[in-house]
Design a protein. Structure first.
Length: 718
């Protein structure tokens, strides 16, 4: 936005007010700006009134002034931008604090009348030293700020001293306060970012102190008001800079007559301000302001250290809690329940209203407040993207659910869709607003907006629907928990895999023997009696199927243990083998119509028993899973390889299922279940084909599913 002229400033455009070039100063002092050769470029209209002589533009400083200030002025003219110095001088009968600085090639010299006795400064320096010594070892931010507001009030004599801290959205909060008895407290109150507009916050980083001696002042204009190049004089670093009329109106609406503020700059960022009010006009001697500024710098250094230290402490505490939490999770049967009932609870890890744990589509909350919100959030996650951590201050859906609008969600299990979510409610609810903050003494032309009550309402407007933002530490803690839970999930899966191996080995050994006995016993049952004959048949069929399953399981266990597949290969007449297998299959599956298309005389170097296992398995599948109880067995040469196929009409399968047919244990996750160990059988077929250097594939063509095994051909003559 372009700069606006001083007369045109309103509540709506005050961010564009060029507060660094007001064209005037506060009248309790005088200012002169000198050019490169010491010639006067401008001075405040009140210059002669304060100093007894005028400083005429275009000429050097008048002799009586030069006699006193010659050295300071010479040093300033020789200095670079950023140079500054000050001193106490007597001009005529008056004492002045003279403050000089170089900025944009100009030398600014300011005069503040000062009756203060010289020896007062010694006690001032001692005061500042004492204050600093007392706070140097502060371990608690809140105590530090309260201590300092009291000390600063003692040092400066203001009626009220507040520590005002900026929040991440540039709104502010009064975090500590000292005031004379009888004043209402502003402690804990919140103000919107617009109360100290952006350009003011920027300026307060460059120039940390500012003083308003009397809000009802009439500014003393610079004469001339513009430089030769037509630009206004930049008073960013001047002590006497005239301040925004909007802000003066704000202060006088509060009944305040004078103010002073000193920035607290931490790591180049405006962390906060010490803001002082006085209910009468008041100036503060420059040396006191310097002490104040020094204390504020010391405060900034302490704040930086304390914040780092506090962050470290919070992380350590969280780490200890996460460790304790982890302990109980490794052996828990139900991870979700264990996460919800752990002590210390997940809700103690971060400041929140409630926590939800989501896993495999289940959702559970710790305090029962966020069930609905958690389910809704679960739905938004895939729309938000593919990150593992989301920290939202505003609800991602159309409206907050039960007032919960802040959520931080971390994903700890990608496979099972495991998330932890912390919820926060709207921050307005958390801010104490102790009734009417003060009697509004009066309101100026801009109306009630320029009062603390108006400010609070403006702030409320800004933060409506917004939760207290998740801090850097909050995110770091959530990330730590995410990693810890990720490890838990990983070790639980490895553990389950280990258990599965054990189970499989036990199955193989311990089940085989009783199965063999049952088969034996069945064979000894009498044939003569019809009832026992049926029984024998049924036992034989069932135990035969169980034996096959156990062999599959054993095979799987061998393969998964990396033992590979033992083959005894021999040159085999594949055509003959398939004819025999087809005949056997017709006996084994009496209802199945098996069509044969077997090209004769084809040979391969294979383990015939293993190949038989594959063919029987494929025909068995066709009989069990196919439609119409018919199948076709074929053998031919394709692209110089043997192609052995079993095809049958079958219900359509989607691409995922088709692609997963050969992976083990898929039945446990597929919706169709694992009927008769179909998964294991095909997994083993695949392993057999690959052990022969061949392959097995499945495809669907015209309502048929076709399994094809490809193998290298062998020449019987060689
Ligand atoms: C400046 N506004 C300031 C300053 C403070 C505040 C501390 C620094 C100047 C000083 O030392 O006085 C705000 N002061 C507060 C608040 C409290 C307080 C919140 O005591 C609470 C107890 N101000 C507004 C609005 C606008 C505005 C609505 O409230 C504009 C739309 C403008 N404030 C404004 C401007 C400045 C300012 C332009 C800069 C003044 C300057 O340095 O020239």
């Amino acid at each position: 936005m372009p700069d606006v002229l001083p007369g045109q400033i309103t509540l709506a455009n005050c961010e564009s007010e060029p507060i660094h070039t007001p064209g005037s100063i506060q009248p309790h002092g005088a200012l002169v700006a000198l050019g490169r050769h010491g010639q006067v470029l401008t001075r405040s209209a009140n210059f002669e009134r304060h100093l007894g002589v005028d400083a005429a533009p275009g000429q050097g400083l008048p002799a009586p002034l030069l006699a006193q200030l010659g050295e300071l002025v010479q040093a300033g003219l020789a200095g670079e931008d950023g140079w500054s110095d000050s001193g106490r001088y007597t001009v005529g009968e008056h004492g002045f604090d003279v403050i000089a600085h170089r900025f944009q090639q100009l030398l600014f010299v300011e005069f503040e009348p000062q009756p203060l006795a010289q020896n007062a400064f010694f006690s001032l320096a001692a005061d500042a030293q004492r204050i600093i010594a007392r706070i140097r070892h502060a371990r608690d931010l809140q105590i530090l700020m309260s201590r300092l507001t009291t000390d600063i009030r003692e040092l400066t004599g203001y009626d009220r001293v507040m520590a005002y801290r900026f929040r991440p959205d540039d709104s502010g909060e009064v975090v500590a306060e000292a005031h004379r008895p009888g004043l209402v407290s502003y402690l804990g109150q919140r103000y919107p970012a617009s109360d100290i507009p952006r350009q003011a916050r920027r300026l307060y980083i460059q120039n940390p102190t500012r003083l308003i001696a009397d809000v009802a002042y009439s500014p003393s204009p610079l004469v001339p008001g513009l430089q030769e190049n037509g630009q206004p004089f930049d008073l960013s670093h001047c002590e006497l800079r005239s301040v925004s009329p909007i802000h003066c109106e704000y202060l006088s609406n509060m009944g305040v007559h004078a103010s002073m503020s000193v920035s607290i700059v931490v790591g180049g960022r405006l962390w906060g301000l010490f803001s002082c009010h006085h209910y009468q006009a008041k100036t503060l001697a420059y040396p006191v302001r310097l002490s104040f500024s020094m204390i504020s710098q010391m405060c900034a250094a302490l704040v930086e250290r304390l914040e780092q230290w506090q962050e470290g402490e919070a992380m350590n505490l969280a780490q200890t809690r996460i460790h304790a939490l982890e302990e109980g999770l490794h052996d828990a049967e139900d991870l979700l329940a264990a996460l919800c009932h752990s002590t210390p609870g997940l809700d103690h890890l971060l400041d929140c209203e409630d926590v939800a744990v989501c896993l495999k589509g289940r959702v559970q909350t710790l305090r029962g407040l966020a069930d609905e919100a958690a389910r809704e959030m679960n739905g938004y996650l895939s729309m938000l993207g593919d990150k593992d951590l989301y920290a939202l201050d505003r609800w991602p859906g159309p409206a907050p659910v039960k007032g919960l609008c802040g959520v931080m969600a971390v994903r700890f299990d990608r496979v099972e869709n495991g998330w932890i979510m912390w919820f926060r409610s709207e921050q307005v609810e958390h801010v104490r607003w102790g009734g009417k903050p003060e009697k509004i003494v009066d309101t100026g032309p801009s109306g009630p907006r320029l009062t603390p009550r108006g400010s609070f309402e403006a702030w409320e407007e800004v933060v409506r629907g917004q939760a207290t933002p998740w801090s850097r530490t909050d995110r770091a803690i959530a990330e730590r928990l995410r990693q810890a839970l990720g490890n838990v999930v990983f070790s639980r899966v490895s553990h389950t895999n280990g258990m599965r191996q054990l189970l499989i080995a036990a199955l193989g050994h311990d089940l085989r023997t009783p199965l063999q006995s049952i088969t034996m016993a069945a064979s000894m049952l009498s044939d003569s009696e019809q009832r026992t004959a049926r029984l024998r048949q049924s036992i034989a069929t069932s135990s035969g199927r169980m034996t096959r399953l156990v062999s599959h399981v054993m095979e799987l266990s061998r393969l998964q243990a990396g033992l590979g597949m033992a083959l005894s290969k021999t040159l085999t007449d594949m055509s003959a083998l398939l004819e025999v297998l087809a005949s056997e299959a017709e006996l084994a599956y009496p209802g199945l119509r098996l069509e044969r298309s077997i090209k004769p005389g084809l040979h391969a170097d294979v383990d015939p028993d293993r190949l038989a296992q594959v063919v029987i398995n494929l025909i068995g599948n066709a009989s069990q899973h196919g439609n119409g109880n018919r199948a076709r067995l074929s053998l031919d040469v394709e692209d110089g390889e043997l192609a052995l196929s079993v095809s049958n009409p079958a219900p359509p399968m989607d691409q995922t299922r088709l692609a997963n047919l050969f992976s083990p244990l898929k039945g446990t996750t597929s919706q169709q279940g694992n009927r008769d160990g179909l998964g294991l059988g095909l997994y083993i077929c695949d392993a057999i084909a690959r052990a022969h250097g061949g392959s097995i594939t499945a495809r669907q063509v015209n309502g048929e599913v076709i399994f094809t095994v490809r193998l290298a051909m062998a020449d019987p003559a060689s």
